[in-house]
Design a protein around this ligand. Structure first.
Ligand SMILES: Nc1ncnc2c1ncn2[C@@H]1O[C@H](COP(=O)(O)OP(=O)(O)O)[C@@H](O)[C@H]1O
Ligand SMILES: [Mg+2]
Length: 482
């Protein structure tokens, strides 16, 4: 069997070594070619040393007629799919995890005729393979959803013992369900693989104990015996961090483009608005207050002023400058924000309570910007709370996050679950006179400070916004690591 390898990294080097070291039954694997655009990658170097064909473009493989199998070792699903599309029918292609497992399983099945000792050795090696070499969660599942094998990584995550898992249905163990997974959020990749005989990939969305979404990327590879697919190897990985980073990036891009758009529009609107305002005021000055038009002009002025306010917040939103960061005590910033919002709270007879932790590490922050962020949150809280209510602002040190934590909690109307996912979107507002920009600005500011902002809300009960701002020490660590 003639093999070509895509990806000349350490995996490729290791595979070349396995071929050198091990004798294979029946099939006689021979690597003929390696492709990688990095000519100094370790696998490429070894391939050159062994006198193999080396190229920087795996498309060269499709031109050759002597290749039986292409092994994808870069780990990229895109490249793997591209290979599946371009390869000739009689050429096989596999991804690297499958490759390693299959050889061992193949050896296992041919070994049945051999001695117990040998069988034991191979089983041990196969176990080592799925337990140690593969860091992802691995399940070997039979066609009837029964678990044949599981690796330590997954056992540990599930908090179960091997004997509690083997022979059970996969959906009982990983989803605590009585029926196989199905539907949009939980499609079953095993079914897909059994039907098509091909690898299948899907993403499952679960909720953790804090109701946060966790994303699992799940790939299944067919497990074949005598031309029959008898089950699948399922490899899953927690990709929540990747997905969240992607979401944050999209949100930031969205904000940036809306920012640019807003800046342009706001500038255009500002001038005619000023003309309307001054003209209305001039005419009004010349009129007798008893005149029937006087009140209409009053309305024009009032509404034009309201537009001006919106334009001003648009410009604020667009003008999200790079923060100029200095060491600051968060308690000072909180207290100043409270001074500036005290009047609005007193007007509605709302109590502003402070629960500040003394001796708190300094944050490296732009004081004006953080103050603006906190004021936005406090004004929202005041607007959402009925008279007689309470708004508490607290500061503390979050050891796990190495961050200063600020919470603003109100006893107000709360936010409906539907609205909750949209409140940080620019222009999202449930208020007649709202601009929907306060939280978008706040979100932008906290992000510019490498911090996070989360919200927890119950309709009719109240809302808590939680901000984490990295302390100076962590900021320094991050920079040093870069
Ligand atoms: N503390 C809060 N309690 C209830 N709802 C809130 C609170 N803070 C924000 N919201 C919701 O989020 C929306 C967006 O807020 P924001 O971006 O500040 O815009 P605006 O205040 O102009 O409506 C609000 O219209 C409101 O529905
Ligand atoms: Mg607001």
């Amino acid at each position: 069997m003639n093999i070509a390898i895509v990806g000349g990294g350490t995996r490729c080097k290791r595979l070349l070594e396995i071929f050198e070291r091990h004798k294979f039954e029946e099939i006689d694997p021979k690597v003929l070619a390696v492709a990688d655009f990095k000519s100094d990658a370790p696998g490429v170097a070894k391939a050159k040393n062994n006198g193999l064909f080396v190229t920087n473009d795996y498309n060269d493989f499709f031109k050759r007629s002597d290749i039986d199998l292409i092994i994808e070792l870069t780990g990229s699903m895109d490249i793997y799919n591209d290979i599946l599309n371009k390869k000739k029918k009689n050429v096989r292609a596999i991804a690297h995890t499958t490759a390693q497992l299959f050889w061992e399983i193949y050896r296992l099945s041919t070994l049945q005729k051999k001695t117990d000792q040998e069988l034991h050795e191979t089983t041990a090696k196969y176990k080592m393979l799925i337990n140690e070499l593969i860091q992802e969660d691995v399940l070997v599942i039979a066609y009837d959803y029964r678990i044949v094998d599981i690796n330590d990584s997954l056992l540990k995550r599930l908090g179960l013992k091997r004997e509690e898992v083997i022979g059970k249905h996969c959906y009982e163990i990983t989803h605590r369900q009585n029926t196989p997974c199905s539907g949009e959020k939980h499609p079953c990749p095993l079914v897909q693989t059994m039907e098509t005989d091909k690898p299948s990939q899907t993403t499952h969305i679960h909720l953790d104990k804090n109701n946060q979404e966790i994303y699992y990327s799940i790939s299944t590879y067919p497990l074949r015996e005598n031309d029959d697919t008898i089950g699948a190897i399922e490899i899953s990985r927690d990709i929540t961090k990747d997905i969240n980073a992607q979401k944050a990036m999209m949100q930031q891009e969205k904000l940036a483009s809306i920012g640019r758009l807003s800046a342009g529009v706001a500038h255009e609107i500002n001038n005619p608005l000023t003309t309307i305002l001054t003209t209305a005021m001039l005419i009004q000055e010349e009129l007798d207050p008893e005149d029937s038009n006087f009140e209409d002009l009053e309305t024009i002025t009032k509404e034009a002023l309201r537009c001006r306010k919106i334009v001003a917040s648009l410009l604020d939103f667009a003008r999200q400058l790079e923060p100029s960061k200095k060491e600051n005590n968060i308690n000072d910033i909180i207290q100043e924000s409270i001074v500036l919002t005290k009047k609005q709270a007193a007007f509605k007879d709302i109590a502003l309570v402070q629960e500040l932790t003394d001796d708190i590490p300094a944050v490296f922050a732009d004081k004006g910007q953080i103050e603006q962020a906190l004021i936005n949150l406090m004004l929202n809280a005041i607007e959402a709370t009925d008279s007689g209510g309470k708004i508490a602002t607290s500061s503390s040190y979050n050891v796990d996050a190495k961050s200063v934590e600020v919470r603003i909690s109100d006893s107000g109307e709360g936010i409906s679950p539907d609205d909750l996912s949209r409140i940080f979107d620019p222009f999202f507002t449930t208020k007649e006179e709202g601009t929907g920009l306060g939280l978008a600005i706040t979100h932008g500011i906290i992000e510019q400070h490498n911090g996070t902002i989360d919200v927890d809300s119950k309709l009719g009960k109240g809302t808590t916004f939680k901000i984490l701002l990295p302390t100076k020490a962590r900021y320094g660590e991050n920079n040093a690591a870069r």
